[in-house]
Design a binder for this molecule. Structure first.
Ligand SMILES: [Fe+2]
Length: 413
């Protein structure tokens, strides 16, 4: 073999090595991209907030495609109109939120023209659109289908190469559609939750209407129980899930009255033994109705034991002190407090101050002292003003600071 063919062999080898190197880089990039999409899909549980998920998407994306700025803008209903809101992102040096509308307009124009993204750069010539002077290139893709865009994902000034390429466009598209799925799932989940809670409220309102209590008793008990549980969270370990169960148990605590005749529930004179037995059975009836539904099982103890007393003098089992499940101890106080402050057929409503004194007197006797302490240690009077008459929906949002955002969040959740 002559020197010429040796040289050509060396050239071939060098070319192959370069090719191999390129392939291996591409392969590792592919791996990173798959891992990114895998991470996003495995984090798609609805326990986390939408903004946490979208931020995760932005952070992971910038690890693979280093950019100066990245953001997700989503359309939100604000004051009757739709506005684009910065929902996640980082390092947004080149795009101001005020630019969002203009950016969406340009993106829509590109999509309408049949392109899959807005890709504008000064690399190959002048920009198509007018951008901030700091901008070298920009990539934006829709979140959700192009014709029903929920928002968009945008990135500016790619760092490791002159311009975004078609691989980046595909990756941005995949990430944006994962985000769209998460947003849509969250919306469906919320719809379902609203339907579920709405149906329960309709059911308990119809039971309340049979009783001597004023309308909305169960809803108020649920709100007071949740409020009290929120206060207890400060000192004892109660999870958000448990608080939600306490709320539901509060809402359904008297569901066992469904089978009790109106004439018995409204009777003002002395009850016969038989009538008393029927009323005393309502916690058990309620518990047995709910235990038929697997998703309702965690709230059964709160319903079954809501008439137990801390001193052991309650029913149906005469449980005492900490033997009574916490949810039931909380609902017992909420139930009694609402009954005291509501107007009955046979007496006027007790003043809130008087009711609070009664609660204090009942500490360690009828009620758990820790529950009483949490309840009385909170701004009950302000809270009560907000929920009485069931006007919780008309809560004055301007007075948020007065009670603290967390407390109000607990109220309207
Ligand atoms: Fe009850």
């Amino acid at each position: 073999m002559g020197p010429a063919s040796n040289q050509s062999l060396r050239d071939d080898l060098e070319l192959m090595e370069k090719h191999l190197e390129k392939l291996s880089t591409e392969l590792s990039q592919c791996y990173e991209q798959i891992m990114l999409l895998y991470n996003l899909s495995t984090h798609m549980n609805l326990d986390q907030s939408c903004s946490t998920y979208l931020q995760l998407a932005c952070d992971q994306l910038t690890q693979i495609v280093p950019v100066e700025g990245i953001a997700i803008f989503l359309e939100k209903k604000i004051e009757g109109g739709k506005r684009l809101v910065l929902s996640a992102g980082s390092g947004l040096l080149s795009i101001e939120p005020s630019m969002a509308d203009i950016l969406q307009m340009h993106l829509t124009a590109e999509l309408t023209a049949g392109r899959e993204a807005l890709l504008d750069s000064q690399v190959d010539g002048p920009f198509k659109y007018a951008w901030s002077p700091r901008l070298r290139n920009i990539l934006a893709v829709p979140v959700g289908p192009a014709d029903r865009m929920a928002g968009f994902l945008v990135a500016t000034n790619i760092q490791n190469k002159p311009d975004f390429d078609s691989t980046d466009v595909k990756l941005f598209h995949s990430v944006a559609s994962q985000c769209a799925v998460f947003i849509e799932n969250g919306r469906l989940f919320n719809d379902l939750k609203e339907l579920f809670i709405g149906s329960l409220k309709a059911l308990t309102n119809s039971i309340d209407a049979k009783d001597q209590y004023t309308r909305g008793h169960s809803e108020r008990v649920a709100l007071i129980a949740r409020w009290t549980a929120e206060q207890m969270k400060e000192t004892s370990p109660i999870s958000e899930e448990e608080i939600h169960h306490i709320y539901l148990a509060g809402l359904l605590h008297d569901i066992g009255k469904i089978g009790v005749a109106e004439s018995v529930l409204r009777k003002q004179g002395k009850l016969t033994d038989e009538e008393r037995a029927v009323i005393l059975a309502h916690p058990r009836i309620g518990a047995s109705i709910l235990s038929e539904i697997p998703q309702m099982r965690p709230i059964v103890p709160g319903v079954l034991y809501h008439h137990e007393r801390y001193d052991g003098q309650g029913y149906p089992e005469g449980l005492r002190g900490p033997d009574i499940p916490l949810s039931a101890r909380i609902i017992a106080l909420a139930d009694a407090f609402d009954a005291m402050t509501s107007r009955r057929v046979y007496r006027e409503a007790m003043s809130i101050r008087r009711a609070l004194t009664e609660v204090e007197k009942g500490s360690g006797v009828q009620f758990d002292p820790a529950v009483v302490q949490a309840f009385l240690g909170s701004p009950v009077e302000n809270f009560w003003k907000a929920i009485q008459d069931g006007f919780i929906e008309t809560w004055d949002y301007s007075s948020f600071e007065e009670y603290g955002i967390k407390a109000v969040g607990a109220l309207i959740r």
